[in-house]
Design a protein around this ligand. Structure first.
Ligand code: SAH
Ligand code: MG
Length: 953
């Protein structure tokens, strides 16, 4: 925002409360704790104090990364919080803009502050800056006692606040601050400013000896000195980023040591960036001030020229810092803090450098929060709070904003309370998601949502939009998906995730055109304000070592298609070796998996390995893209107890080095052609809530009861052929093989390829392994699995004796469920069709069984109790009446009879069965039995596995 000397900017800013200012500065790093304090009533009778409790009073303690404050007592919690925030602001030297001084007043205040900084009183204060003042007294030679102006600029909050009033452009030109400090000091007779080319200030007369003695002795000069690791970031992109060792002796000033490493004589020529990373961090960039730092002491105050460096921009440092850094630079974590007079220091390793680099992107922030850089991916969907692992989308969005120096994201939630009705909505215009689960497709639905259409049949539903603003309050993007959620939190998390996914796609493909950016925005319901966006969210291809080698190699990327949603690495999952016996317990979408894994760097064709990342127990939700695609694919083929090993191409070098503890070793490996080796063991599978509830409440489990129900019908009807519509991972087909039946042909159809490949595996092993002539499944002659939608017709499934469709229709939209009914009874026409679906009325009982007690989050407990359906993938759940109506009308239409029963619970007892079942039986039509063969062959399904018994000769 180049407003030159305009003061109006500062005046027009809306008045923020102290709490709001603290929030903008610290986000969730500021933690408020309000406690109730009991004020004994002053009636002189202590025994009555409990009975005559006076009005409650509240006190608030506010904890910030560096210090904490405690408010006085207030009648309202709100006031206690504002008071604490106000106290913190005073401590930080920030005044809320409500009573902002004018530029002239600010200038006077700045001069007074600089004067105070060099007072005897300040030297003995506990303040990071006074620690520098003390250390400066240990400097030798000409520089003794002189303090670099850049230190005052970074350590003292007070002037920083004043500068913004004097000249708002300091926000984007932070080093302008130094000019103002020097200028203020130059006007004070008791101070001496350094000659041109140096940026330091010192007291003309020495401090009183006793002041020096008492203050300096507070600083425990470290006897052996300090050694710390830092990172050297050359300006030239050709030169590698390297680690360096900094040795600080107990005598002297640490900044002089850093200056010397930068090739300078002393710290008076060093510039220091703001801090990077967490709020309490002391990690900063150090670099040389240009020789001709224009101190422009003569110009009028407001029009001090925006200072431009002639020197070359250090692209890597500037990108990480979000502030312009020039020339070669050192990244070190060292400095004086509020906590202690002694020098704080921490190693900055190459690994931490790469972690800073990847934390600029949403997926990087998520990976870091999971400590799984090579395994985790920012999930595509937010299903429930229970299932999410790692930082929540909202937190990640806040971190992202802090990383890019934006304001905290602004959410607005709208709720639509509507009349409660158990009728299910036929109004498909407004999408109401139980969770983000249903909202898998990112594209706008072609039937745009009518904003006036109210969702029906819900107690209340929420939609949420979010806006991101720059520090100058320019809108940079907004996202307002017209999707409704039953829970407010789901709406907030889902919209956050949408923005993050959009930003992630942008970071993956940084050099996209404006046109492509628009396309991307559409996919994620985002509106970018391109000018503000590109100014604020600086992304830098040359800094990230993206895998996209083709782009780097200068090959033109295909311009007319964006591949933002493509998986980068693909491997042939079917060729993976899975070891260990199949326990039969495998994952399905929605299950929570726990794996043990390790990832190593291996040189192609060699045996050595470098371990990069490993975790004993890593949990994630299946089917949401919470891990890299090939890991999810491999795990979907495994059962509990099995292990597998696979190789992938290298991801970007940033990721490898952010994971590697030993960067030197990793770099040595990377100089040869490498790949990554993943070893995984599947430890546990926790079923989606529906299955958990059913298993806990029913014995035998409901699924087993459904199988037994089917077996009974097979026996009664003497059926020789069976088709299982929506067979999933084959649980029914597999279990049927354990019973002696008359079945000869069994077929399964499903649309989920992953489930089908599991089904193929279990059926195959059961059918081939079982050579025992007395095995119950000996009657089976053939088995086939088809990939297809059961709403499509395929002539190969005509005329079967028995059809089953267990717990499937509720996974389809209601109109699709009706379509399936019509297709199966009019075209497939099995003799008997068994359809089961949950009984909505039974849910109260399932929920009362209080399975959520294992969740310790009380909020989640309440939420999941109010959750309507048993499984977040369910599109509907019917009452007995709704199911009866559907089935009866269907039967009449197609000349079938229908009878109702169920499993779990009993028919006579309210609220009926847990799983309600309709058994359709074809009415006898003369001549129909000859119609077995359908006239035309319509093959809509794809056979993906087929087994035939080799008949004994
Ligand atoms: N019948 C199985 C699986 C139930 S889960 C059992 O009782 O264990 C529901 C299954 O329906 C899932 O595997 C899903 O992939 C499948 N499904 C949903 N819509 C479908 C469609 N239109 N065509 C075929 N299968 C479908
Ligand atoms: Mg189900």
């Amino acid at each position: 925002m180049e407003t030159g000397g305009s003061l109006t900017q500062a005046i027009r800013k809306p008045t923020l409360t102290p709490k709001a200012i603290i929030h903008q500065k610290f986000g969730n790093k500021a933690s408020y704790k309000v406690e109730e304090i009991e004020e004994p009533t002053q009636n002189g009778c202590p025994g009555l104090a409990i009975l005559q409790k006076g009005p409650s009073l509240y006190r608030c303690s506010l904890e910030l990364p560096d210090f904490s404050v405690v408010s006085g007592s207030f009648k309202k919690k709100k006031d206690a919080e504002q008071c604490a925030a106000q106290m913190a602001l005073e401590k930080l030297g920030i005044r809320p803009s409500a009573d902002s001084p004018t530029a002239e007043e600010a200038w006077t205040e700045l001069i007074a502050r600089v004067k105070f900084i060099f007072s005897n009183e300040f030297l003995s204060a506990l303040h990071p800056l006074s620690s520098h003042l003390k250390a400066a007294l240990r400097r030798v030679g000409d520089v003794n006692g002189s303090v670099p102006a850049s230190v005052i600029a970074i350590c003292d909050g007070k002037p920083n606040y004043l500068f913004k009033i004097i000249n708002p452009t300091v926000e984007s030109h932070p080093f302008l601050v130094i000019s103002y400090i020097m200028r203020a000091a130059a006007g004070l007779p008791e101070l001496v400013v350094s000659p041109e080319g140096e940026l330091s200030i010192r007291k003309k007369d020495p401090y009183l000896p006793d002041v020096i003695e008492s203050s300096v002795s507070q600083q425990s000069g470290v006897a052996e000195g300090i050694t710390t690791m830092a990172i050297y970031i050359p300006c030239s992109l050709e030169k590698a980023v390297e680690t360096m060792i900094l040795n600080f002796s107990s005598a002297g000033y640490y900044l002089d040591v850093i200056a010397q490493k930068l090739g300078l004589s002393d710290a008076n020529k060093v510039l220091i960036s703001r801090t990077i990373g967490k709020a309490s961090s002391e990690t900063r960039f150090y670099f040389a001030a240009p020789k001709s730092y224009p101190l422009d002491m003569s110009s009028d105050l407001l029009n001090t020229k925006v200072f431009t460096f002639g020197g070359p921009l250090n692209v890597r440092a500037s990108y990480i810092c979000g502030q312009d850094i020039y020339g070669d630079s050192i990244l070190a974590s060292i400095g004086y803090t509020w906590k202690c007079q002694d020098l704080f220091h921490e190693d900055v390793t190459l690994q931490s450098y790469y972690r800073m680099l990847i934390s600029k992107t949403p997926s990087g922030i998520y990976k870091l929060s999971r400590e799984a850089i090579l395994a985790a991916e920012l999930p595509l969907r937010f299903t429930t709070r229970i299932n999410w692992r790692g930082s929540f989308p909202r937190e990640i969005l806040s971190s992202f904003c802090r990383q890019h120096w934006l304001l905290e994201p602004v959410f607005s939630i709208s709720s639509f309370p509507t009349k409660t009705s158990s009728e299910l909505s036929s109004n498909k215009k407004v999408k109401v998601s139980e969770s983000a689960e249903q909202e898998t497709e990112y594209a706008n639905e072609n039937g745009a949502v009518d904003a006036d259409a109210k969702p029906v049949g819900l107690e209340s539903s929420f939609t949420c939009e979010v806006k991101l603003y720059s520090k100058c309050q320019d809108l940079i993007l907004e996202c307002a998906p017209n999707v409704f959620y039953k829970k407010q939190n789901d709406a907030v998390q889902s919209v956050s995730l949408k923005v993050l996914s959009g930003l992630n796609a942008y970071f993956k493909d940084i050099d996209i055109s404006l046109e492509e950016q628009k396309q991307l925005a559409n996919i994620f319901d985002i509106k970018f304000y391109p000018q503000n966006f590109s100014k604020e969210v600086v992304s830098c291809l040359s800094v990230h070592n993206f895998q996209d080698n083709e782009t780097l190699g200068g090959k033109e990327p295909e311009s007319n298609k964006i591949n933002i949603l493509d998986d980068v690495v693909e491997i042939d999952v079917s060729s993976i070796d899975i070891e260990g016996p199949d326990s039969g317990v495998g994952p399905s979408n929605g299950s929570l998996l726990c794996v043990c894994y390790s990832v190593s760097l291996v040189i192609k064709g060699e045996l050595q390995k470098e371990l990069l990342e490993s975790t004993e127990e890593f949990e994630f939700e299946m089917g949401t893209g919470a891990v890299i695609p090939c890991l999810e694919d491999v795990v979907s083929q495994m059962s509990v107890g099995q292990s597998a090993c696979f190789y992938t191409d290298l991801p970007s070098q940033d990721l490898v080095l952010a994971a590697a503890k030993d960067s030197a070793n990793a770099l040595a490996f990377l100089s040869s052609p490498c790949c990554l080796e993943y070893s995984i063991i599947l430890l546990r599978v926790t079923e989606p809530p529906e299955d958990r509830m059913e298993q806990a409440l029913f014995s035998p489990p409901l699924s087993k009861q459904r199988v037994e129900y089917a077996v009974q019908h097979i026996k009664e009807s003497g059926a020789t052929s069976l088709v299982d519509f929506g067979c999933g991972s084959g649980s029914l087909l597999e279990s049927l093989l354990d019973y002696p039946t008359s079945l000869e042909t069994i077929v399964g159809v499903d649309i989920s390829q992953k489930s089908l490949s599991r089904a193929a595996k279990v059926l195959h092993s059961k059918l081939t392994m079982n050579s025992d002539p007395d095995a119950p499944c000996r009657s089976i002659k053939s088995a086939v699995l088809y990939d297809g939608s059961i709403t499509d017709f395929d002539s190969r499934l005509c005329g079967f004796d028995l059809g089953t469709c267990l717990e499937v229709i509720e996974h389809m939209e209601e109109d699709q469920a009706c379509l399936f009914g019509d297709v199966v009874l009019s075209s497939f026409r099995p003799r008997i069709l068994i359809v089961s679906t949950p009984n909505y009325e039974y849910n109260v009982i399932l929920q009362k069984s209080n399975l959520t007690s294992q969740e310790d989050d009380p909020e989640e407990k309440i939420q999941s109790q109010s959750c309507k359906f048993r499984n977040h993938d369910h599109k509907f759940e019917w009452t007995r009446e709704q199911f009866n109506r559907w089935a009866s009308e269907l039967a009449v239409r197609h000349n079938y009879s229908v009878e109702f029963s169920g499993v779990g619970g009993s028919a006579g007892l309210e609220p009926g069965f847990a799983s309600q079942i309709a058994v359709f039986e074809r009415a006898f039509l003369p001549g129909e039995d000859h119609l077995q063969e359908h006239e035309d062959s319509t093959f809509q399904y794809k056979a993906i596995w087929e087994w035939n018994r080799v008949s004994p000769l």
